[in-house]
Ligand binder design. Sequence first.
Ligand code: OSB
Ligand code: MG
Length: 374
Amino acid sequence: MKIDGMVLRELQIPLIRPFETSFGVTRDRRILLAEIRSEGLTGWGECTAGERPFFSGESTDSAWQVILNELGPMLAAESPEHGGQCPRIFHKVRGNSMAKATLENAIWDLEAQREGIPLAQLLGGVRETVACGVSLGIQSSIPELMSMVERELAAGYQRIKLKCKPGWDVEVFEQVRSRYPEIMLSCDANSAYRLRDSDHITTFDEFDLLMIEQPLWHDDFYYHSMLQKRLNTPICLDESIHNRRDALAAIEMESCKIINIKLGRVGGFSEAIAVHNAAQERGIPVWCGGMLESGIGRAHNIALSSLENFTLPGDVSASARYWAEDIVEPEITVTSAGEIEIPDTPGRGYEVRADLIERLTVRREDIRAFELVG
Ligand code: OSB
Ligand code: MG
């Protein structure tokens, strides 16, 4: 398709409440959006990099630089027909998967509109609804957390995930589990533990958790496989999985029994589908992770979650949990059964609010096709 223009923007949007993980607190998001125009249509992509390089090595600023100076010009030079061509177009750039996903996902978004089919269908999705869970950050007290759990269960969410770290774990699990013996409960350490904590982590088994997400190092498979041997609770890997090969290695080594797929972390829809398929063929369930996205990233997560092997509730939840006003309409809502209906209209299925995006934009730059070196 002929690309008529590409724009990169940074939006600054406060979260309605701070989100705390083992690696830090996020209060205000700095979100990059790519807008790719072709033949009267506009595809949108959202960058899921954090403000600081604490979840992965990428940040809002690194992605801005890599998109403008490297990936954007490569894409402009190729004018791909399909989102699936993007990994080849970008292959010279190592890493920077969240920057790559920003552009690749915008191309898929555009392609679905051009074909006049829902993005979920273009991806090969088969589901009509997404099962939704929530990820609850570390709170200043257990009673505060308990009231959040109560509110989210009342709203219908099917699974509660508790962020944890040394000092915010067993006591918290004990209280939540004793009050709610039957709920689907999991935890996410974001790499907060070390191998010497293995005995401690095995005590999590008594809380009947659905999974323990990324307990050890962000880049590890081997020590997770050692830990998994000692645990009854399944380990789920998030940070460690960047592509299909990582998924295969983790499955082969028995480093995990469940995989969290995040579009940004794996570099976009193509690799997300490849990870999904590899896991499905080996009987490993997957679910869709979240990165505190605005409505555009959220719409893309919803479409991805329509694939068959997304059998566990994702961290895909309502816009109103994050934003006073979302940049898409309708905003994303969850039913009292804890589900999001996957749109059956062409493209991403949620309109962008151009006026609001303009108001929230703090920098904007045209992506240009430079003379490429090498
Ligand atoms: O590990 O899943 C994670 C947010 C930022 C960085 C990492 C993670 C998260 C979440 C939030 O858990 C999920 C959401 O978007 O609600
Ligand atoms: Mg995680």
